[in-house]
Design a protein. Structure first.
Length: 374
């Protein structure tokens, strides 16, 4: 059956992320608790109060070692479980079996402490659907914007975004990857330089002031909405994520250039960076196209992107993902899928990923598995 490109676009779940720098332990716990409360309230609002699926929690501890995955349905204690045992990275995935829920396929939450002294905080949410009608996705996306606005109104985030692309590289943003910026440096400088720009972008108060404030941004014509959230601003580029194309991104990029970092973006094979602008924000210089290379890695396709999105939820639910200091020895295939994240797969996870890659004509070059399994 042929699938229209607009249908594929609707299948991309709304991914919301918000970042903080130097929150103390109690503050980080309070922010996570608020994020979970908002996220669970959003899901109940959209899809009803019943949660027939089970929550799977996967953690990585302070020493970098993966903790055993926890299967738990105790929602009030979800935040405590995610932060337990000195975790620096935790996923909570609510995954439904086929036909178990009429509309919802998965809810994925992520909590990460990173950077020097683990002083930066990432909170992330993604929602996946079994039905992909425009009304459902539009309602969910609007609710995600509302959740981000509520968080920003009661705290001081340094960056946030709503991106309809499935990603596996947080706490790096897509712009970080293009400019080869580390997530730590990007977050540390977030009040001086914008970390990225997506369909919806959260500006901290310092950057909003540099750009002239809400009225100047509204009058620029680059944004469909400029939402004031406490001292922050949320810039919504178009009415829906599906309309955020190259032309819309160009308008956003032109307006945000004064606070975007310098550097020529360099795409990474097997990653979708559309519709970000491939030019230096400070000089407008563009990367020179490379000559065709028969051995170059194939570009990711819509079909592969969809399978990788499904694989990510399954991998989290089954505890196949682990966190380790990878140094410069990141295996080629997994490195392309999870660049700069220090994320690897268990042997079982790698075998499932290999099957997906081979199905799409990509031969895995070297497995990336947990050293404890070798």
């Amino acid at each position: 059956m042929d699938v229209k490109s607009t249908d594929i676009a609707l299948r991309n779940p709304p991914n919301a992320a918000i970042y903080y720098t130097t929150p103390g332990g109690a503050q980080a716990e309070a922010l996570l608790t608020q994020w979970l409360t908002e996220a669970l309230g959003l899901v109940k609002q959209l899809f009803g109060t019943e949660f027939p699926g089970r929550w799977y929690i996967s953690q990585t501890s302070e020493d970098g070692q993966p903790c055993p995955s926890i299967d738990n349905t105790d929602l009030p204690n979800l935040g405590g479980l995610m932060q337990g045992r000195s975790s620096i990275l935790a996923y909570a995935a609510l995954v439904f079996d086929h036909g178990e829920h009429e509309t919802l396929e998965f809810v994925r939450l992520k909590f990460a402490r990173y950077g020097q002294d683990r002083g930066h905080l990432l909170l992330h949410q993604s929602i996946g659907f079994t039905t992909y009608d425009a009304a459902t996705v539009s309602k969910a996306t609007a609710a995600v914007i509302g959740m981000l606005s509520t968080m920003a109104a009661t705290s001081e985030p340094v960056y946030g975004e709503v991106c309809p692309k499935w990603t596996a590289h947080e706490p790096s943003t897509r712009l970080d990857l293009l400019l080869r910026r580390t997530d730590t440096d990007s977050t540390r400088l977030a009040t001086s330089l914008l970390r990225g720009y997506e369909w919806a972008t959260l500006l901290n108060s310092a950057l909003a002031e540099k750009l002239g404030g809400p009225e100047a941004l509204r009058s620029s014509g680059a944004f469909d909405k400029v939402i004031e959230a406490g001292n922050s601003l949320i810039l919504q580029a178009t009415k829906t994520p599906q309309r955020f194309d190259t032309a819309a991104a160009q308008l956003v990029w032109n307006q945000l250039r004064p606070v975007l970092p310098a550097g020529i973006p360099k795409p990474i094979p097997l990653m979708d960076f559309n519709p970000l602008i491939m030019a230096d924000a400070q000089t407008a210089e563009q990367i020179q196209p490379e000559r065709p290379n028969a051995s170059a890695a194939p570009q990711i396709t819509d079909a592969l992107a969809e399978e990788l999105a499904q694989f990510s939820a399954i991998a989290v639910g089954n505890g196949w993902i682990f966190h380790a200091e990878s140094g410069g020895d990141v295996p080629v295939v997994t490195g392309r899928l999870f660049p700069q994240t220090e994320i690897g797969l268990t042997k079982e996870g790698q075998q499932h990923l290999d099957q997906i890659l081979r199905k799409h004509g990509i031969e895995p070059e070297r497995p990336f598995i947990n050293p404890s399994e070798t």
